[in-house]
Ligand binder design. Structure first.
Ligand SMILES: *[C@@H]1O[C@H](CO)[C@@H](O)[C@H](O)[C@H]1NC(C)=O
Ligand SMILES: *[C@@H]1O[C@H](CO)[C@@H](O)[C@H](O)[C@H]1NC(C)=O
Ligand SMILES: *[C@@H]1O[C@H](CO)[C@@H](O)[C@H](O)[C@H]1NC(C)=O
Ligand SMILES: *[C@@H]1O[C@H](CO)[C@@H](O)[C@H](O)[C@H]1NC(C)=O
Ligand SMILES: *[C@@H]1O[C@H](CO)[C@@H](O)[C@H](O)[C@H]1NC(C)=O
Length: 443
């Protein structure tokens, strides 16, 4: 009797164990399958993320970034955002490079300064591998520009790799990004590879590659938008070609021959500092310029000479008889009837290097802005439509020839010290305009 249930139990136990083993085996099989699948999915995700991170062209195709590059909803449309047209005004718009890295934004500038910016400048790198380095930051910048009325965005794009390594996809992305910013109602003035006649950027003094690159950038931009203008912006020619400390193209190379405009076998101030780099009237909307007062030896607090600004534009190179004049306004703006913009200017004050009897910050800066934003400037250069102040303080590297190079803290700002701002605004002549100037006043 007793054995029946026992046997049954034994049987039951045996079949239970068998069942359990079977279930376990199947479960293990399932577990293994899930494990293998998750390994595969993880690997696939890593591949996808890497492709998205490192290939802008594939990223564009996969995500169809054409219409949603930034993915933000504009809170003002192009239709009710005032579109300024600096080229058409009778006078000069004020503008500023603000310190985005230090979290300055146009709203804050306008509050501090007491006047609304019509133009604000930002800088971004461009690499051969990734195109624009800061698409996310540009979204942030465009978003902050949208929060103030009317302002135009100055976009300075600095290629980091040699220009001949930039693929068509890189230019295409540049065109799309400009179009995307424009779609929010923000006009862009694209200052592509500025100060190309200097030898301090990787793309400097390579006129052949530079001209080809500028043409590609202009063509890509025009393909996607008509609210971005191309600014060709060489540096002030004072000291051109800056070869005392080395650099420059190899003697006899195509770039050397292009830069040796008087064909005397050497590069010096007798060579035209602009024409070798000019990409052609069809690709240039604005003639841009940079000119600063850096003080004596580029490192000391000194008051600028009374005519320094004008003579940087109308530059007589050398003091010998027959020294050539390189006049960017006359040669490029006037001769080709193109609007002219000083995209960067300012006077450096060195608060960490103050010597006994140095002029004050006010004296240094005021002597500069009074000649830059002056009735004389407006009268002499009627095609000058925009003058943008470099409102930044930063450590800058100064090359001092055989003394090597070192960093100096230069403060160019005019919006952070109330006394300076007040004096600046009081000194402005009529016909220097801010964003709030009425249409009728601009004529
Ligand atoms: C831009 O490129 C320069 C030169 O390569 C580099 O020093 C700088 O850090 C870059 N800036 C950004 C924001 O990537
Ligand atoms: C610019 O493009 C817009 C939209 O495509 C168009 O409506 C406008 O007429 C164009 N403007 C000019 C001056 O071509
Ligand atoms: C500029 O450099 C010269 C030569 O080294 C020197 O004699 C002069 O004192 C310097 N000026 C200033 C303001 O540092
Ligand atoms: C002319 O320029 C040279 C080279 O820059 C300089 O050494 C010289 O002092 C200058 N002469 C005059 C009269 O300014
Ligand atoms: C501003 O000017 C006043 C009066 O001249 C002076 O007392 C004050 O120190 C100045 N402030 C700054 C930050 O320069």
């Amino acid at each position: 009797m007793g054995s029946e249930p026992a046997r049954f139990c034994g049987l039951w136990r045996n079949s239970y164990v068998a069942l359990e083993r079977k279930v376990n085996d199947e479960f293990k099989g399932l577990q293994r399958a899930i494990f293998v699948l998750s390994l595969f999915l993880t690997a696939a995700a890593i591949v996808v993320v890497n492709v998205l991170l490192y290939s802008p062209s594939i990223r564009q195709d996969w995500l169809d970034e054409d219409n949603l590059l930034f993915g933000i909803t504009p809170h003002k449309t192009i239709n009710n955002r005032r579109i300024l047209d600096p080229a058409s005004i009778n006078g000069v718009y004020f503008g500023a490079s603000i310190d985005w890295k230090a979290k300055d934004v146009p709203v804050a500038f306008n509050q501090r300064f007491g006047k609304p910016l019509p133009f604000v400048m930002c800088f971004t790198n461009m690499t051969a591998a990734n195109g624009l380095a800061l698409v996310r930051e540009l979204k942030y910048i465009a978003d902050t520009v949208l929060r103030v009325d009317g302002a135009i965005l100055g976009l300075t794009v600095m290629p980091v790799d040699p220009l001949d390594q930039m693929s068509d996809a890189v230019y295409d992305q540049l065109g799309r990004v400009c179009a995307e910013i424009n779609r929010y109602g923000i006009p862009v003035m694209l200052r592509f590879a500025h100060e190309m006649n200097g030898n301090w950027f990787s793309y400097g003094q390579a006129p052949g590659a530079y001209r080809a690159s500028f043409i590609k950038a202009a063509s890509a931009v025009k393909k996607y938008t008509n609210l971005t203008s191309m600014v060709w912006a060489p540096n002030s020619p004072i000291g051109y070609p800056w070869l005392a400390a080395g650099g420059g193209p190899a003697v006899g190379s195509a770039d050397f021959l292009a830069m040796d405009t008087n064909q005397d076998g050497k590069l010096d101030h007798h060579d035209d500092p602009y024409t070798p780099y000019y990409p052609g009237d069809d690709y240039v909307d604005w003639i841009g310029f940079s000119v600063f007062h850096f003080g004596e030896n580029l490192t000391a607090n000194t008051v600028p000479g009374p005519d320094d600004f004008r003579t940087a534009i109308q530059h007589v190179a050398g003091n010998e008889t027959g020294a050539p004049t390189w006049d960017i306004y006359d040669q490029f703006a006037h001769a080709r009837n193109k609007p002219f913009a000083v995209m960067e200017t300012g006077a450096a004050y060195y608060p960490n290097d103050v010597r006994l009897d140095d002029p004050s910050e006010m004296e240094v800066k005021r002597a500069w802005w009074k000649q830059v934003y002056s009735t004389d400037t407006l009268k002499r250069f009627p095609l000058m439509k925009l003058i943008s102040w470099f409102d930044i303080a930063e450590d800058e590297q100064v090359n001092r020839g055989e003394k090597g190079s070192s960093f100096y803290y230069r403060d160019f700002r005019i919006s952070w010290n109330h006394n300076i701002t007040t004096q600046f605004l009081a000194d402005l002549p009529p016909r220097v305009f801010f964003e709030n100037a009425r249409e009728s006043a601009l004529l």
